[in-house]
Ligand binder design. Structure first.
Ligand SMILES: Cc1cc2nc3c(=O)[nH]c(=O)nc-3n(C[C@H](O)[C@H](O)[C@H](O)COP(=O)(O)OP(=O)(O)OC[C@H]3O[C@@H](n4cnc5c(N)ncnc54)[C@H](O)[C@@H]3O)c2cc1C
Length: 172
């Protein structure tokens, strides 16, 4: 009988969601995991939004993983840099950072009924194959700029971010 091979799993997105999925899978003994991330590393929202004053709007002891609680948050609702540092620390502690393939902009996932495998493609032409794909791409990383219809600048978007979903200046 052929030896059972490890289930190959691709996670798309290395924000809190993708990290949690990887940690949970590892706890069940699944180790053949790759996280494809468009950005340079883990953190998602908290890596991509670094405008002045960016912070969590719920208490940090609730906005953190149940299995990785910390007691030394500097504020009740912590600032972005502290949340990012926390995410990076969890990624290191649970070995998630070594699973991340950074700078991969996933553009498609195709299922093949015959091979029963996924092929995941990226904008740069690279492809990956896997038995399972987990989409953890979030939804708030698209900049939302308000449009002004009555200015002399025509349809140029206004510069000010409009809400939480606004991606603004990156200080990196
Ligand atoms: C400024 C801001 C403040 C927020 N504050 C709060 C708060 O106070 N409380 C709260 O509960 N929630 C808050 N949120 C919501 C926050 O997004 C979620 O709490 C959580 O961080 C989402 O995690 P996620 O992993 O689902 O998505 P994300 O953090 O968005 O991570 C998704 C990851 O997927 C990657 N990705 C996306 N598409 C692709 C692709 N095609 N190929 C490869 N990689 C891809 C992205 O680069 C990103 O790293 C806030 C969101 C923003 C933007």
């Amino acid at each position: 009988m052929a030896a059972e091979r490890d289930l190959e799993i691709l996670i798309i997105g290395a924000g809190f969601g993708g990290m949690a999925a990887a940690i949970e899978l590892q706890s069940h003994g699944l180790t053949n995991i790759t996280i494809l991330e468009r950005d340079s590393g883990v953190g998602g929202t908290w890596l991509q939004n670094s405008y002045p004053g960016a912070a969590c709007d719920v208490p940090s002891h609730m906005y953190s993983y149940s299995f990785a609680q910390r007691r030394d948050w500097s504020r009740l609702c912590s600032p972005q840099d502290e949340i990012l540092e926390y995410a990076q620390g969890v990624a290191r502690d649970y070995g998630v950072d070594r699973l991340v393939e950074p700078n991969v902009d996933v553009t498609g996932c195709a299922w093949d009924d015959d091979t029963r495998r996924w092929t995941v493609s990226a904008a740069d032409g690279r492809t990956w194959e896997a038995d399972a794909v987990i989409i953890a791409t979030g939804q708030l990383h698209h900049p939302a700029c308000s449009r002004s219809s009555s200015t002399s600048q025509g349809s140029r978007p206004a510069a000010a971010p409009s809400s939480r979903s606004s991606t603004s200046s990156r200080s990196r």
